[in-house]
Design a protein around this ligand. Structure first.
Ligand code: DX5
Ligand code: ZN
Length: 233
């Protein structure tokens, strides 16, 4: 059975938990990726930072290709880089399942999204806490995911910004989502509490670095997060 016409968008997909490898032990990328898989993660979130778009440098296509070999989890690659158009081919080749690009970066956004899809990947549009929904709305038909930054991007371990929930709510109930489905993903400061609040607002994909990789028992943490999300949809 298809979705009922007025069913809330968040019930249209089961919640996705995406552990973020940025919070892993960088000396053991492969093992850490497998740990996220065995703990029940749905996607592996891969944060790419170039030191220009954000004031931090993480890693690039080489590490991404190694992660691809280490895990069966789809790679949810988040490009926090100034020129995603110049590097997207390298990340496609590295095995990205999805490539999310920032609307604030320096590129022809529509053209970049088209190139991602033409290369056989899913496309996502990401935007910062200070950027209004109107900046991403023109692209909603060109993506299968909208990534709402719930911290200022650049570093893991920051505090969730609840003021972003208004944008999550708006995008999750946007009329076009009923005709053309896209995930609404929250990223930054996600733990059980902020995931539950995001679920109430209509998010269906949850990126979590510190709260999962630094947990004593990642499996238990993911199960608890999933439960908290489900009971708040
Ligand atoms: C922040 C990154 C996030 C980061 C989240 O710039 O985009 O994906 O890994 O980390 P936590 O969950 O620690 O806030
Ligand atoms: Zn991210």
């Amino acid at each position: 059975m298809g979705a009922k016409p007025y069913e809330s968008a968040s019930t249209m997909a089961s919640p996705v938990i995406a552990p973020s490898i940025l919070a892993a032990d960088f000396s053991r990328f492969g093992e850490e990726a497998r740990r996220a898989e065995e703990a029940g993660g749905d996607w592996l979130h891969v944060d790419i930072m170039d030191g220009h778009f954000v004031p931090n440098i993480s890693f690039g296509p080489g590490v991404t290709a190694s992660l691809k070999k280490a895990t069966k989890l789809p790679l949810d690659v988040h490009l926090m880089i100034e020129r995603p158009d110049q590097y997207l081919d390298a990340f496609v080749k590295a095995g990205a399942f999805r490539l999310s690009v920032h609307v604030e970066a320096k590129h022809d956004v529509r053209e970049t999204l088209k190139r991602i899809r033409d290369a056989g990947c899913r496309a996502g549009i990401a935007f910062n806490p200070a950027t209004p929904c109107s900046a991403v709305e023109p692209y909603l038909r060109d993506v299968d995911l909208v990534l709402c930054m719930t911290v200022v991007p650049g570093f893991g371990g920051q505090k969730f910004m609840p003021e972003v929930l208004e944008k999550v709510r708006h995008l999750a109930t946007h009329a076009s989502r009923r005709k053309h489905f896209y995930h609404v993903e929250v990223d930054g400061g996600i733990d059980m509490q902020s995931a539950a609040r995001s679920a109430t607002a209509g998010a269906d994909a949850y990126v979590a670095g510190t709260s999962l990789f630094r947990a004593k028992d990642m499996k238990r943490e993911i199960a608890a997060m999933r439960k908290a999300v489900r009971s708040n949809i």
